[in-house]
Design a binder for this molecule. Structure first.
Ligand code: GLU
Ligand code: ZN
Length: 303
């Protein structure tokens, strides 16, 4: 078994991070496997080396040991671009120049939200037939505006690149899109149907113009490169996992097992905000908490 903890060094580690890291570490140790680290630093604007140092310090304080030097995701850009080039050559990507606002406007435009015109004389469509746009892992499902535009001969590096979901599903038709879940919420085999991919995920961005890659592509390729056999992450990434499984099948990568853990909630049952600095591990440390206290607060004291 090889597990990993893959924080983005954009701020301090919180209780939720501690939960992912400790679970992944303990699972690897219990199985006699390996526990690896990866810094997901593709967002060069928001990532800082001092947050990497602080994370290593927190993890060591928690008593975790990792079995190789941490991998920096930014060093993996050539591998990400090579995968994109492959997808481009197979006709599975297209450039998108839409802004968030363009997308919002397209989704609000009558021709996008109304069902097909009904012949005159038939009753008007009932209001509930007018569908609202589904929300995917990265926001509203893309309405497909740029999909039908003529595609340039070469993969551009000055536009977002989106996955043509319909074409991708056609290419892997008949292949199971499933993974094994070991977490508490959905334990068993989780399958996503082509209809769910079309409706709930759609043409996601695989390369952002400003990064040259994306979270979904980078995490998929780098988990495979690090030989990860069991991914441990928060339940908030469950829909993203469906995207990663699709990419694994398209790119011919192994599908690891997944363990989505519950999110840590405050006393009122609200989800802890990722950037709520009051919940930083370093604050608990400064207040005299022990690593055992953190395990208890992260809900991991029951063994
Ligand atoms: N880097 C992501 C984060 O810190 C999560 C890593 C993962 O995909 O599990 O939220
Ligand atoms: Zn577009």
């Amino acid at each position: 078994m090889i597990t990993r903890f893959a924080p983005s060094p954009t701020g301090p580690l919180h209780l939720g991070h501690a939960c992912s890291a400790i679970l992944a570490h303990d699972m690897a140790r219990a199985a006699g496997g390996r526990f690896l680290l990866r810094f997901e630093d593709i967002d060069r604007q928001r990532c800082r080396p001092e947050w990497e140092t602080a994370a290593l310090d927190d993890l060591a304080w928690l008593g975790l040991r990792w079995d190789a030097p941490p991998l920096r995701q930014s060093s993996r850009l050539p591998a990400h671009r090579a995968a994109l080039a492959r997808l481009w050559d197979e006709g599975l990507l297209y450039p998108c120049t839409c802004t968030r606002r363009d997308i919002a406007e397209a989704l609000a435009a009558p021709q996008e939200t109304r069902p097909p015109r009904v012949p005159s004389g038939s009753p008007a469509p009932r209001p509930e037939a007018v569908q609202a746009a589904a929300t995917g892992p990265d926001g509203p499902v893309y309405p497909g505006t740029c999909r039908t535009r003529p595609r340039p001969a070469h993969m551009p590096d000055d536009a977002h690149l989106r996955l043509d979901m319909g074409a991708a599903l056609e290419r892997i038709a008949g292949r199971p899109l499933s993974f094994t879940e070991t977490g508490p919420g959905h334990a068993g085999t989780v399958t996503t149907t082509p209809a769910q991919y079309r409706r709930d995920i759609g043409d996601i961005v695989l390369a952002r113009r400003d990064f040259g890659t994306s979270y979904h592509l980078a995490v998929t390729i780098d988990d495979a490169a690090q030989g990860i056999t069991h991914v441990v992450r928060g339940e908030d990434l469950f829909t993203s996992t469906r995207v990663h499984v699709l990419l694994q099948v398209i790119l011919g990568l192994p599908v690891p097992d997944y363990h989505h853990h519950r999110l840590i909630r405050d006393e009122q049952g609200r989800r802890l905000a990722k950037r709520d600095d009051a919940r930083a591990l370093s604050r608990y440390r400064d207040d005299g908490a022990t690593p055992e206290d953190i395990r208890r607060m992260a809900g991991l004291d029951l063994g």
